[in-house]
Design a protein around this ligand. Sequence first.
Ligand code: ATP
Ligand code: MG
Length: 437
Amino acid sequence: MKLITNKVYGAEDILPSDSYKWQFIEDIMRGQAQSYGFSEIRTPVFEHTELFNRSVGDTTDIVQKEMYSFTTKGGDDISLKPEGTAGAARAMLEHGIYNDGYPIKVYYLTACYRYEKKNYGRQREFHQFGMEVYGAASAYADAEVMCAANSIFERLGVKNISLEINSIGCPNCRPNYLAALREYFGSHKEELCETCQTRLERNPMRILDCKSPICSGIAEKAPKVIDFLCDDCKKHFDEVKSCLDAVKINYTVNPSIVRGLDYYTRTVFEFVAPEIGTVCGGGRYDGLIEELGGQHTPSLGFGMGMERLLLLLEKNNIVLDTPPVCDLYIAGISDAARVKAFELVEGIRSSSLIAECDIVGRKLKQQMKYADKLKSKFSMVLGDDDLAANKAKVKNMATGTSKEVPLDDNFYDAFFKIYVNGESDIYLQKLGISDEE
Ligand code: ATP
Ligand code: MG
């Protein structure tokens, strides 16, 4: 039979040789989210397509070109989530969790789907960590989410990443800006790509993040939104900058950042790394909840790409420790000894240490080779003699020393003592200090 060995274009497997890195990063993200008072939200991988049309916006690249949309057998129009915010906002409204009072602070770790060309740091299935705040209008909230994102980079020890911020105004000042953009792009209409020509009337800001080289070339000289801000937006932006200054977070104002999603208002920001590009993007979306039919709810957040973050760690030469694989390997010689090994290993595991015994039918020599391959910290060989004597020897694989342990219920306490001592022996060895000193 023909082997099925091709994954779908743009999707990647995360194998055991890499999954520990994901777990390490995710643990840091969960920990930082907790420190900042965010709780996890998990929403479905698909939603009604209408949700994304209205939130992400039907003139964006995501909705126009990148969404995985389909009609179900029952006739529903469904899309795989291209980002995490829309689902979180929908869930917040659907379950009325705002009734418990604002602000609501949630984070998510999710797969996202965009029909894009595969590239360095660009996949069709990718993963985002995101944080969201609903019901917070003040500049402190903007600074808080940027600090939270920044804290993750700091925790990971990433150095070459910079924060770029901008303000893209609000419904008060936006119309003046859009008029200026229409005038500017209108004078280049014939040169724009087909999609951007249709955007000219409906949403000329989207032309600013068009990926076509001709459109982006024209966009470089377009009027900048920061020159069109109303007094309230200016004040808000100044306050955001003061908050960041207070906690000594470096940033630059980049007037070209507009973000690729329609729901943004006022603050937008990106954490950018050389060669990789934007690793984390976010901002304020005060109109989003109303767009979904809810009450006016000033909101904000960011999405951080997991795959790009992993590339960033590589670029920073950050090597994450591989997790321990085995604390104790128990080899069995006879059938009875194998049963005893199985029993003891099971007991060790209940005390959260890692233990292994043979489950593939290897002979003793191969069992010990396997224990070496696992880099087991300790090993023990059981034969019928050991069972009869009701004791055996535990060997410290690093130092080569052995200690006797009983094979009855006292085995676990005895092994634990040896384990703890062994750990400190290895630690002392690493420091170059011998036990006697
Ligand atoms: P880009 O301009 O690179 O396409 P974007 O503005 O579309 O990014 P966002 O929608 O803001 O990206 O998503 C937030 C983060 O998710 C990005 O900064 C990036 O790290 C990650 N991301 C977005 N699209 C992809 C993708 N196709 N593959 C991998 N990561 C992605
Ligand atoms: Mg994109």
